[in-house]
Design a protein around this ligand. Structure first.
Ligand code: CDP
Length: 208
């Protein structure tokens, strides 16, 4: 079984993906971390503007060394969306994601193009959304709790820029797959999102 979760920045895909994977005993991959890791490498090397360097960083990526905590910052999200707009970077990360999805026990992948490009045959596809303001509020709280000194306005501005870049790019733009189930989380708590998602999954596969 493969569950594909897509949605815009800070829509709660990662948290939801983790919860679903735990509940169903599946492996989970937050694919945003891959683009964040490529961006982190480029930021560290001062090569963010160098497409070839970002492609090389994508090829060199090792899943076992990803450090989610270190990759969570706002600066990394912004830089991730820059490298993610490059088709050759996306191509370099394609096989790794496909292999993850093919794990024998089944998998949950979340990102922007999982239901459309990476796993078009996923068992269940969810498209998770919320208003930009609500997403910014959630991300702001998360960053503030980790001691980041960013303002709500900065977080909202970052989310709007990334939404526009992720939806407007020609390489695998953020898009709801025709057969993806829509989950608007604007008025839901984390628990509420999880229970709605599980209802959608059960309705789709008729068990669990
Ligand atoms: O957690 P948040 O939604 O802020 O971001 P993320 O999921 O970690 O993704 C960071 C950036 O990576 C996004 O803005 C996208 O540009 C890019 N990304 C992508 O293009 N395709 C994916 N499957 C996942 C992330």
């Amino acid at each position: 079984m493969v569950i594909a979760i897509d949605g815009p920045a800070a829509s709660g895909k990662g948290t939801l993906g983790r919860r679903i994977a735990e509940a169903l005993g599946l492996s989970h991959l937050d694919t945003g971390l891959l683009y964040r890791a490529v961006a982190a490498r480029c930021l560290a090397d001062g090569t963010l503007a160098d497409e070839a360097a970002s492609v090389a960083a994508a090829h060199a990526l090792d899943l076992s060394t990803l450090d989610p905590e270190a990759l969570r910052g706002g600066e990394m999200g912004e830089a991730a969306s820059v490298v993610a707009a490059r088709p050759a970077v996306r191509a370099a990360l394609f096989d790794l994601q496909r292999r993850f999805a093919a794990r024998p026990g089944g998998a949950v992948l979340d990102g922007r193009d999982i239901g459309t490009v990476i796993c078009p045959d996923a068992t269940v596809k969810l498209f998770v959304t919320a208003t930009p303001e609500v997403r910014a509020e959630r991300r702001y709280r998360e960053l503030a709790a980790r001691g980041a000194g960013t303002s709500f306005e900065d977080v909202l501005a970052d989310i709007r820029v990334r939404d526009a870049r992720d939806s407007g790019r020609s390489a695998a733009p953020l898009m709801r797959a025709d057969d993806a189930l829509l989950l608007d989380t604007t008025h839901l708590t984390v628990e509420g999102v999880f229970s709605e998602a599980m209802k959608l999954i059960r309705a789709k596969i008729g068990k669990v």
